[in-house]
Design a protein around this ligand. Structure first.
Ligand SMILES: Nc1nc2c(c(=O)[nH]1)N[C@H]1C(S)=C(S)[C@@H](COP(=O)(O)O)O[C@H]1N2
Ligand SMILES: [Mo]
Length: 212
C-alpha cells in the first residue's frame, strides 16, 4: 500500500514537471462518478439528439443516425473541480467542429454560445469557440468501450487537455454533460446547472477558476 502511494506521488511529480498537473489537482487512476440525480435508462427506439437555436436548420438525429455521423478519437487529460485529474484518457465520438466543417451543422453568424442539454433538464454552457475546439467531443466510447451508464451512456460531452495543445482552453470536466440529448446554439450566454449553483462560468483549470 505504501508502495503504491509512493508510486502515485512519483507519477504525479512527473506530470507536474511536464506541466500537465493544474494547480490544486492530484492524480487518480480510478474514474470517480459524480453527478446530481439518478442515472437515466436508455431506449434506442425513442432516444433522439437535437440541434437547435442559432442554426440554419434545426436537426433531430435518431440513435441510428447519430451512429452514422463522422467519428473522431481524442486522448486527453481530464480535470475535475473536486481535485482529481486523470491522464491520457481515450475517448471516441463525434466532434462538433467536424460536424460544422462538413456542413452537417450550419451555424448562423449570431451563434456564440452552446448549451448542452441532458436528461432531466441538466444543462452545461460553453462559448462556441470552446465547443469547436478539438478537445471537446460528443463521446460515445471511453477506452475502446461504450461509456458505462453512470458515466453518461450513450452520449456525453467531454473536454480536457490534449498534450501539446496549449492553445486550447481547458475547462473543468463538469462542462461535459452526461446523458446528453442535444445542443442549443445561442447568441447570449446562459448559466448551466452547476454554474447556477456557484461554479465558475469560465472554469479554466490552469487559472483554477473553480467557483464564481
Ligand atoms: N447530466 C449530468 N452531467 C454531468 C453532471 C450532472 O450532474 N448531470 N455533473 C458534472 C460533473 S460536476 C462532473 S465532475 C462530471 C463527472 O463525470 P464522471 O461521473 O464521468 O466522472 O460530469 C458532469 N456532467
Ligand atoms: Mo464535478
Amino acid at each position: 500500500m505504501f508502495d503504491s502511494i509512493f508510486r502515485r506521488r512519483q507519477e504525479e511529480e512527473n506530470y507536474a514537471r511536464q506541466g500537465r498537473l493544474p494547480p490544486g489537482q492530484s492524480l487518480t487512476s480510478k474514474f470517480p462518478v459524480l453527478h446530481y440525480g439518478p442515472v437515466p435508462t436508455f431506449n434506442p427506439a425513442t432516444w433522439d439528439f437535437r440541434v437547435w437555436g442559432e442554426v440554419e436548420q434545426p436537426i433531430t438525429w435518431t440513435w441510428e443516425e447519430f451512429n452514422q455521423l463522422p467519428r473522431t478519437e481524442v486522448v486527453m487529460d481530464i480535470h475535475c473541480v473536486t481535485r482529481w485529474s486523470k491522464f491520457d484518457t481515450r475517448w471516441e465520438g463525434v466532434s462538433v467542429r467536424a460536424l460544422v466543417e462538413q456542413g452537417l451543422i450550419k451555424l448562423k453568424p449570431s451563434a456564440r454560445y452552446v448549451i448542452q442539454h441532458a436528461e432531466y433538464g441538466f444543462t452545461a454552457n460553453l462559448p462556441l469557440e470552446v465547443v469547436l475546439q478539438e478537445n471537446f467531443l460528443l463521446a460515445t466510447h471511453y477506452d475502446g468501450q461504450p461509456i458505462t451508464p453512470d458515466h453518461g451512456y450513450p452520449v456525453r460531452g467531454v473536454i480536457g487537455y490534449i498534450v501539446g495543445r496549449d492553445d486550447l482552453k481547458v475547462p473543468y470536466f463538469w462542462k461535459g454533460a452526461k446523458w446528453l440529448r442535444g445542443l442549443e446554439f445561442t447568441a447570449n450566454d446562459r448559466l448551466g446547472f452547476w454554474e447556477q449553483a456557484g461554479y465558475h462560468n469560465e472554469a479554466d483549470v490552469w487559472k483554477e477558476q473553480r467557483f464564481g
